[in-house]
Design a protein around this ligand. Structure first.
Ligand code: F6P
Length: 384
């Protein structure tokens, strides 16, 4: 591998998150200071693997002019996809969609384009791809992105703070209707396998129950908490539920099973909780799904700062000869951690961590079964 870097490429993969453009801008500006040429691969890796499907140039030169004024914008100027994983690339076969490994081809295409290094901005799936490309000889740096905040070895991913800020504002607003009309408002937020958004937004906005994927919940417990509030004259309740939360003994609510090269689609648990709480409490319950609203909009100041720091650090790390690592937030510092230690791992909410303890200490219901054994529950009630 030529030790001299002249040309680098950047790709943004998976679900968009506020701060992606700030990373792109930081990489381009920092690379320009070193005299490196920067290129953007459109739609994850599809600019190389399926250029015919890309609108505009599939691989574009990113000059400093191209990134002028984008740091505060949501989305990604490069586009993204959740259908372009080169390790599990979807291909139409006789029996329907099948998956194929196109990573060798991708490495070859990067070399043909003259890329001396690749900066992969993405979530857990993208870090696994980055690690695979590293093993196949590419010089790669990962940048941790996801509103879900579920990447291992970084204290925080960019996108999370913006999503929590917006979710908090939405829940604040829903308190008004809940309070005025003595209702139970159920708010479903994103969080496929980790409940960071539900936990932080629920705590920040004063939710009365928070249901996380990490703690299978008992709906009777939630109904009892609502009844207790009613008895104390507090006739409204707000329940925040992560899309991946799971009732005890029941599977997650799937909107669609995983297609070729894709993850399963979750959603619907809010409606299920709404119906179950309505029948148990006799109260008027309403469900609001925040869903993709949490991924949109402008990044918070915090996300703009860490996205810029991650982007600049990716270039700095390459310049000092390191590679095969992900940039990460550790306390107030940016560190590099081996991609091999991040790939295939995720960071779930520790149920004995300080924030969950705080939630318990504030009397917020987590739906934990309250010591009652299932056979002591009211006759006719489902046992979850
Ligand atoms: O990874 C972030 C995330 O927002 C998850 O919380 C959610 O399950 C998923 O993306 C939805 O992705 P898509 O838009 O591809 O269905």
């Amino acid at each position: 591998m030529d030790p001299v870097i002249r040309r680098i490429a950047i790709s943004t993969g998976g679900g968009d998150a506020p701060g992606l453009n700030a990373v792109i801008r930081a990489v381009v500006l920092a690379a320009d200071q070193l005299g490196w040429e920067c290129h953007g691969i459109r739609d994850g890796f599809n600019g190389l693997l399926a250029p015919e499907h890309c609108l505009g140039e599939p691989v574009l030169r990113l000059s400093t002019d191209a990134v002028h004024g984008i740091g505060h914008l949501g989305g990604t100027i490069l586009g993204s996809t959740n259908r372009g994983n080169p390790m599990r690339y979807p291909k139409s076969g006789s029996g329907g969609p099948i998956e194929q490994d196109r990573t060798d081809e991708l490495v070859g295409l990067c070399r043909q384009c003259g890329f001396d290094a690749l900066i992969v901005v993405g979530g857990d799936g993208s870090m696994s791809i980055a690690d695979c490309l590293r093993r196949k000889g590419l010089r790669v740096i990962g940048v941790p992105k996801t509103i879900d905040n579920d990447l291992d070895r970084t204290f925080q991913t960019f996108g999370f703070d913006s999503a929590v800020g917006f979710a908090t504002e939405c829940i604040d607003r829903l308190h008004t209707t809940a309070d005025s009309q003595h209702r139970v408002m159920v708010v479903e937020v994103m969080g496929r396998y980790a409940g960071w958004i539900a936990l932080h937004a629920g705590l920040a906005a004063g939710a009365h129950a928070i249901l996380l994927p990490e703690i299978p919940f008992c709906l009777d417990t939630v109904a009892q908490a609502i009844a207790k509030r009613d008895a104390a004259g507090r006739r409204h309740s707000v329940v925040v539920v992560a899309e991946g939360a799971q009732p005890l003994g029941r599977r997650r609510e799937l909107l669609a099973a995983a297609g070729a090269g894709q993850a399963e689609r979750l959603g619907g648990i809010g409606a299920w909780v709404e119906a179950g709480l309505g029948s148990r409490t006799g109260k008027e319950c309403r469900n609001v799904v925040l869903g993709h609203l949490l991924r949109g909009g402008r990044p918070s100041a915090f996300d703009r700062v860490i996205a810029s720091r991650f982007g600049a650090a990716a270039v700095r790390i390459l310049a000092r000869g390191e590679q095969g690592v992900m940039v990460a937030l550790d306390g107030d510092g940016i560190v590099s951690v081996p991609l091999a230690e991040v790939a295939g791992r995720s960071r779930r909410v520790p149920i004995d961590g300080d924030t969950v303890h705080t939630v318990r200490e504030l009397g917020i219901c987590l739906g934990e079964r309250n010591g009652r054994s299932p056979d002591k529950m009211d006759a006719g009630q489902p046992r979850w």
